[in-house]
Design a protein around this ligand. Structure first.
Ligand code: UD1
Length: 372
């Protein structure tokens, strides 16, 4: 039996791998080996997701931790190689666009081990974004490319990737969302758990973690200023990524936030985050995954970036690309709060069955005749 090495590294990988591992195990055509690179290591950024989503504990943890992009990527590569060498007839499945995704794809490709990339072909056309480099290179290295939206195929073909390698399967992140929506933690329970309360019955959600938004003090100050103005109309729950928390504290931007209606809480587990988003009046974010999750939930989303690699959330979903200008953000939020925002529809194949499609294609292409 071939070994399907399923790689995870950072928080957004975990909700993507969960349904794939479940589908591969149910299918029984491959031995499944879960490798956690340890790019994220705090229990709130990693362990709690394994528990919430029922992902089996990793078979291997490479424990790379935080470092510069070069060091982190190189450490994953060094530590992943012996794992790959020891696996029986492996292929490597990577998801998303984090440093761990590229690192493991590169090790495998150089050894002639097949690589499957889930969430292929997304492009922001912004090479200042570390994830964009990871996306382009991982796609070049992959033998099987699974896409979440049809626009991805055109992006890949333009980069010379043969169409036959590309399979439109839908969105595994939405598989996870649909499977868990009924288990979402109510907002009141999340607030109580964190010892905080909201000044009114309504709430919005704010998340920020992109280096372009949080590493530049002037940009971060502008975004937090806009958030204060939005919060004056609708209080914002703000689960704070560790990177963002340290930048906010360094810049002294946390002073008076609670009084302004911005409730900071630690990074939340998947089920709490789902509850916060589901019942929100609006979501302000720079996350890629949250743009997709709000589209699936039908909740208005303002994306605090100048570009998105997920255009379907704008063309068909509830997402609006608003940028980082404070006046634009506040005006758009006011419109949403007054009108409910633009409507949306659920994109094609965001139907909860993407992982099953992936497992089937993997069995057909890499399963071999004697693998069953
Ligand atoms: C990474 C991904 C990004 C993804 C994000 C989700 C890359 C290039 N970036 O960004 O695409 O959207 O994860 O969260 O792969 N830290 C902790 N605890 C942790 C992990 C990180 O405190 O468990 C802190 C450290 O100070 C670290 C910083 O966060 O230096 C940044 O972590 P890193 O993994 O380098 O990038 P993220 O910003 O999390």
């Amino acid at each position: 039996m071939r070994t399907a090495i399923c790689v995870v590294g950072a928080r957004p990988n975990l909700m993507k791998i969960a349904p794939i591992v479940a589908a591969l195990k149910a299918q029984g055509r491959f031995k499944v080996l879960i490798v956690h690179t340890g790019q994220h290591y705090d229990s709130r950024m990693s362990d709690s997701f394994f528990a919430d989503l029922g992902i089996p504990a990793p078979d291997v943890n490479l424990e790379v931790g935080s470092a510069s992009h070069a060091v982190q990527t190189a450490e994953v590569m060094k530590r992943f190689e012996p794992v790959l060498d020891q696996a029986a007839d492996p292929f490597v499945l990577v998801v998303g666009d984090v440093n761990s995704t590229l690192a493991c794809a590169l090790v495998a490709a150089k050894k002639g081990v097949p690589v499957a990339h889930v969430e292929a072909g997304l492009r922001s056309w912004d090479r200042a974004m570390p994830e964009e480099i990871n996306r382009i290179l991982t796609d070049q290295l992959s033998d099987l490319l699974f896409t979440t939206e049809r626009s991805a195929l055109g992006n890949l073909v333009k980069e010379g990737i043969p169409e036959a390698r590309v399979h439109f399967v839908g969105n595994v992140m939405i598989d996870t969302l649909r499977a868990n929506l009924g288990r979402a933690v109510p907002v009141a329970a999340t607030l109580a758990e964190n010892g905080v309360s909201l000044p009114g019955p309504r709430h919005g959600v704010l998340t920020l973690h992109r280096p372009s938004n949080v590493d530049e003090p002037e940009v971060l100050a502008r975004l937090m200023g806009a958030a204060r103005l939005v919060a004056a109309q609708c209080p914002l729950v703000f689960p704070v990524h560790p990177r963002t928390r340290s930048r906010i504290e360094q810049a002294g931007l946390d002073r008076g936030l609670a009084e302004a209606g911005i409730v900071m809480i630690p990074p939340q587990g998947y089920l709490s985050m789902l509850g916060l988003m589901r019942d929100a009046q609006l979501v302000l974010t720079d996350s890629g995954g949250i743009q997709e999750e709000t589209t699936a939930l039908g909740v208005p989303c303002l994306t605090l970036r100048d570009n998105t690699e997920r255009p379907i959330t704008i063309d068909e979903g509830t997402n609006l690309l608003i940028g980082t200008d404070a006046e634009d953000i506040v005006a758009a939020a006011r419109t949403i709060l007054a009108t409910g925002g633009k409507g949306g529809r659920i994109p094609e194949y965001w139907d909860g069955k993407a992982a099953e499609r992936i497992a089937q294609i993997l069995a057909d292409t890499l399963g071999g005749s004697g693998a069953a």
